[in-house]
Design a protein around this ligand. Sequence first.
Ligand code: PLP
Length: 416
Amino acid sequence: MTTPELYAQHVLPTYGRFPLVPVRGARARLWDENGKSYLDFCMGIAVCSIGHCHPRLVEAIRHQAGELMHVSNLYQNPLQAELAEEINTQHVKLPGKIFFSNSGAEANDGLIKAARRFGLKRPATDGSQRYEVVTFLQSFHGRTLGAMSATGQKKIQEGFDPLLPGFRYLPFNDVAALENAVRPETAAILLEPVQGEGGVNMATPEFLRAVADLCKKHDLLLFFDEVQAGFGRCGDAMAWRMIAPEIQPDGISWAKGMGGGVPIGAFWLNDRSVNEDGTALSSLLGQGSHGSTYGGNPLVCAASLAVLKEIREKELGVNAIFQEVRIRETIRLWNLPIVTEIRGQGLLLGIALDPARIPTPEGKTPALVIVNLLMERGLLVPPAGPDTFRLLPPLNVTDAEVDEALVTIHSVLAEF
Ligand SMILES: *Cc1c(COP(=O)(O)O)cnc(C)c1O
């Protein structure tokens, strides 16, 4: 049986999968089972941040697989400790503590739990526990019940009522709407500094600062979901620093690019005190309050250390900005009416299309029509919302690879 036939018989049909069957990868390239090669600007949706099968990552995994793959979080794990130190001192550069998960959704669930513990420690004026987390429309925080409930998109939540209570969604980048954001039960605000799945929308500096001010004023926690945007993809190690560097968040979640392809996520809580008695925010999830069997095991931590050191030592965030400038400049010079906007930062870019120019067959969005044509011509990119496709190449993508992708994109878009 073919792979698609096996899928049809044995795998839940939650994904509308392309017929492509990739079997091998190197750098920014993928090969399918027939030996056809593709330039990969999807990269497992911003996961393979240093390219497919980077020798440093492969070696780190090979070595660790032969030493010790998994050990319970009941014991001390030197690689987890080292990875936490690397993230804190070299990437976040704020005092805080980390919990390792296996995915982005789980990392966000951890932040939601932290908000509730905070709301217990710092109750409403009537003494009741605060618990509400305010998020934004077009956000994406994951598919677990908690993360899905935090996600401000109806289509993600459809048919799964009752959702987890305690979320409210406000329009993104709307400073005026923040006026009515806070209720007695509100404990935290969670947002993506650069929304990914929702169409690549950057928070404006004014908006991010207004959110941060609101959190200060009302004693709310400020959480950044950097699952897609973090660790160099937007230039700086932390995406929010590209927008408003002075802001100090209370919590951050990551996953995707931090492991380069192994399943690892994490959330971080600030060491700042939340009470007159000096209680640290990072102490509110204490012994027994949270856990994960796999979370941060030796194998994935060895991989993540190799990836984060490669990003830092080779300054791949600088390349992300350099290539962004080249991409923007080239597309601008094409002056094609089908391209309405280029959004995003670094190598989290959204190319917005004019849907009126793209005839769509039943059930297909304009973005999907373009994504399919690009795939036929050997370039893989993911859509982001109905009218936008994303460019998510590896952070070490070369000039030649970017140029090749741009030639393909031009050949497709010029036909509309
Ligand atoms: C992908 C993503 C998630 C969910 O991560 P999973 O690893 O799929 O659970 C959460 N937040 C953002 C911003 C994402 O892009």
